[in-house]
Design a binder for this molecule. Sequence first.
Ligand SMILES: [Fe+2]
Ligand SMILES: [Fe+2]
Length: 220
Amino acid sequence: MNQELKKYIENNIFPMYDRYYSHGMLHINNVINNCLMLAKYYNLDENKAYTIAAYHDAGLSISRDNHEKESGKIFAQDIEMKKYFSNIEIEEMKEAIEDHRGSRKEPPRNMYGKILSDSDRDFNIEILAKRQLSTSIKNYSDINTFDEHFERCYSYMMKRIEGFGHFNLWTNNPILLEQRDKFEKDYINKEYTKKIYKAEWKRISENGTIDKIKNYYLDY
Ligand SMILES: [Fe+2]
Ligand SMILES: [Fe+2]
């Protein structure tokens, strides 16, 4: 991994996620780790994998609905990237960032888009609990109790698991498939899942994060 590139991203791109919780560094670091794992598996370039993961949600500050395109623009217009990547590589990476949305129907245009999209999943109940609860707190300000938030989050996710079959993966990577199947199997055990959400709720109630989600963070 190019250390100069890494430093540049840490100092200039990561701060763009400061005002985000569900889409903040917790999420970005998780996507980076997944992306690096997949890059290694498929013999892809780790500098490219790290960079697309780091930029992939940076466009949220500009547009909520179209953040993939905006993130692609932020990346491709960053002249610093020319130090590390050729114009052809920058175009390929821009396409990958633009194609990362999970609900997309057609496959991403290139392999980097496929590994990024698959890395963007939360096949981890602890991480999902953080992200889903914060989104629910932000969007449903009329709900105040844990039980109500949990029921909302749980039925939303169960509809996805039961209604659409498995979460789609473009790479069908065996490591991710295993994570996905374990995640789905664990998640449908409601008591087990509720315990994890409850622990997270307790943590964010006690350390002031709930107030920060309502008043400071810009996620939706
Ligand atoms: Fe995204
Ligand atoms: Fe993301």
